[in-house]
Design a protein around this ligand. Structure first.
Ligand code: PEP
Length: 251
């Protein structure tokens, strides 16, 4: 049985006091509720340690938004997996389209990070997805296939089974345009089939596949009811505790 996971990517939002407020509000909103999904928050690096201390007594898990693939060294401005572990991260978002497009991260670099995260016991939430141009060209499947084959290179079946994959069409991120449930399901089914080829059908059945791209309380239920959609990676709508709660409770 695969896990449902709802993760909130705070991106470069919330200073320390705002982060304390948001996570405290989220805990209050979820208090006493039956959760059918694991809940993850991914605040900026500056708030990880504090948020970790606030969620220790709750079911909420902690993720970072990025990391470097090296253990340590002369990488000004970067953060290592060991540092993330030391402040309580059990997940790390890797290969987000903003990292790929704004900061030029390649599939090869993302693959190094994925391998390094697993080696150190941190689970990657690995993002993939096509641009608007690629969707309109009809190359969505080949783009996603190329990305996934490259970033999953040299992973064991055991690692593939544990990874979380977030399909995030770039044209739907932060734009208010959501993929229709059918469009999202079609790509998720394709990803699961691809995972079965890369590993085994049994492994593929156990991989959590999230959809990301303008998920909101109003569209979450329909998206999350699709057969191969096991959760969501949420940007904008996770910055308010009540809207993130409504998405979490749609599972
Ligand atoms: C994201 O950043 O991963 C994301 C899906 O953002 P939004 O929900 O704002 O589109």
């Amino acid at each position: 049985m695969r896990k449902n996971i709802i993760a909130g990517n705070w991106k470069m939002n919330k200073n320390l006091s705002e982060a304390i407020q948001l996570v405290s509000d989220l805990k209050t909103e979820l208090d006493g509720k039956t959760l059918n999904a694991e809940v993850i928050v991914a605040p900026p690096f500056t708030s990880l340690e504090t948020v970790n201390s606030l969620i220790k007594d709750s079911a909420i898990k902690l993720s970072a938004q990025n990391m470097h693939s090296a253990d340590s060294g002369a990488y000004t401005g970067e953060v290592s997996v060991e540092m993330l572990k030391s402040v309580g991260c059990s997940y790390v978002i890797l290969g987000h389209s903003e990292r790929r497009t704004i900061f030029g991260e390649s599939d090869e670099f993302i693959n190094e990070k994925v391998i390094h995260a697993f080696k150190n016991g941190v689970t990657p939430i690995l993002c993939c997805g096509e641009s608007l141009e690629e969707r309109e060209n009809g190359t969505t499947f080949s783009v996603v296939e190329k990305q996934l084959k490259a970033v999953l290179k040299n992973l064991t079946n055991n690692q593939i089974e544990k990874i979380v994959i977030a399909y995030e069409p770039i044209w739907a991120i932060g734009t208010g345009k959501t993929a229709t449930p059918e469009q999202a399901q079609e790509v998720h089914a394709f990803i699961r089939k691809l995972l079965a080829e890369i590993s085994t059908p049994e492994v593929a059945e156990n991989v959590t596949l999230q959809y990301g791209g303008s998920v909101k309380p109003e569209n979450a239920k329909e998206l999350l009811s699709q057969k191969d959609i096991d959760g969501a990676l949420v940007g904008g709508a996770c910055l308010k505790a009540d809207s993130f709660r409504d998405i979490i409770l749609s599972v």
